[in-house]
Design a protein around this ligand. Structure first.
Ligand code: AMP
Length: 429
């Protein structure tokens, strides 16, 4: 299949800084939100922050890149996670006794790729169900069952058994992370970076019942969109290039071009690669997207973990035998396309892009001046952008999204200081 048959996925280069006609949201900070009804808990006893109107920060002078970063950090210190959410939003919470197949149907119906879990018997937050869980489930069935058996089992397996799957695969279970929604957004962002988590559930306490209340889930995308929308006067000064800032993962220049993966350390696939092999890369490398390249290394498309969900939504696990080219044909029409940028793009241009459209990663390609324009050069995830804003001094836990060492490390730190900064519990059993 040629790349031209994937019209919606044609790479979209990032554009120059925003036009003045862009809408600018000035109502950046609002009072606390009403409790979601999903958990059926009363909102009466929730902690409240005094209602106030906070305007975007005033920027009196021209800033250097570093000053702009510092101004953004100050902005985040003065906001809480509540500020990131609109006045009204929907929260899907899944009961841990729900069958996986049902959970997938609900997620597709409401167009979400993750949801908090609720243990009704104990009236407790029980972790998150995410795309990574589905990827692990697929791996599990590959090792232990046939596709037919897998499809039948997914009909039956319930969400609380997901952690057994991780044990069988020897994958570290995700620590049960959460943050109070009134904690400074800056702290929550550092915690996101530190734990390699892509999302942080916001848990409040009902002061009347002392029970837990799931408020929402803070994601890297929401935080960056919030900054992009409200701090345009600051992000315009993020003039350093992605290359100079070292944001993202890049093809190693020293790597032997004759070796098996000429794009090392970037995991790539071709149109002929089987979907299952890409699923294996997702699971093994803890990544959520793989660029699809042609024989010359030109980027044709991007295959993402969310694509797998769409593919297996009806328990059609045989679909994993399809090639990427065949699987891409099943992509829904609303796929937003692959966004590309050059290593010389500025961080400011990336924020302009995030302000204008939904973007979860950028593929870095060689520019028109290169002998091979469009050649894969690197990949930039939202976590890379977050890390560049929050600073490289954030101590990192072990690798992988579900790294157990960070759990232990944070507990030790909390014991030493006598201050538990965030909630760390046991994952759902
Ligand atoms: P993500 O899984 O998209 O949150 O990315 C996590 C980290 O892995 C980031 O530092 C990315 O730069 C890097 N990354 C993302 N995709 C790939 C890939 N296909 N190969 C290698 N590294 C990747």
């Amino acid at each position: 299949m040629s790349s031209s048959s994937h019209a919606p996925a044609a790479p979209i280069p990032i554009s120059s800084p925003p036009s003045s006609s862009l809408h600018r949201n000035t109502s950046t900070s609002r009072g606390p939100r009403r409790q979601s009804t999903s958990t059926g808990t009363s909102s009466g006893g929730l902690g409240r922050r005094p209602s106030r109107v906070v305007h975007p920060p005033m920027v009196p002078k021209i800033l250097s890149h570093d000053e702009a970063v510092e101004a953004l950090r100050s902005f985040l210190r003065e906001r809480s996670s509540y500020d990131v959410f609109p006045v009204s939003f929907r929260l899907i919470v899944l009961d841990t006794t729900l069958k996986v197949k049902k959970a997938l149907e609900v997620m597709l119906l409401y167009n979400v790729v993750s949801a908090p879990l609720w243990n009704t018997a104990e009236a407790k937050f029980a972790g998150m169900f995410t795309v990574q869980d589905v990827i692990h489930l697929i791996q599990y069935y590959y090792h232990t069952s046939s596709w037919e058996g897998a499809a039948a089992d997914v009909e039956q397996i319930r969400l609380f058994r997901i952690r057994e799957v991780e044990k069988t695969l020897s994958v570290p279970p995700p620590p049960l992370l959460s943050v109070h929604p009134l904690r400074p957004l800056y702290d929550a962002c550092r915690f996101l970076i530190r734990t390699h988590a892509r999302r942080l559930p916001l848990i409040d306490k009902d002061t009347q019942t002392n029970g837990e209340v799931v408020i929402s889930v803070l994601t890297q995308y929401r935080v960056l969109k919030f900054i992009a929308t409200n701090c345009r006067d600051i992000t315009q000064y993020l003039t350093s290039t992605l290359q100079d800032l070292g944001i993202g993962t890049y093809v190693s220049p020293e790597h032997d071009s004759n070796s098996e993966n000429q794009f090392y350390p970037i995991a790539t696939a071709t149109m002929q690669t089987a979907v299952f092999d890409v699923v294996h890369m997702f699971s093994e490398r803890g990544i959520s997207a793989v660029p699809i390249v042609d024989d010359n290394g030109k980027v044709l498309d991007l295959y993402e973990t969310v694509d797998v969900i769409t593919l297996v939504r009806n328990g059609a696990y045989q679909a994993l035998d399809l090639t990427i080219a065949q699987a891409l044909k099943q992509r829904t029409a609303d796929f937003p396309g692959v966004v590309t940028c050059s290593p010389k793009s500025s961080l400011s241009a990336v924020f302009s892009l995030i302000r204008m459209r939904r973007v979860h990663r950028l593929v870095v390609v060689a520019g028109p001046e290169d002998s091979q324009p469009g050649r894969l050069v690197g990949i930039i995830s939202l976590s890379d952008i977050m890390r560049s804003l929050m600073g490289n001094d954030v101590p990192l836990g072990g690798s992988g999204i579900g790294a157990v060492p960070i759990d232990r490390e944070l507990r030790e730190e909390a014991a030493e200081t006598g201050h538990e900064p965030f909630t760390l519990g046991q994952s759902v059993e």
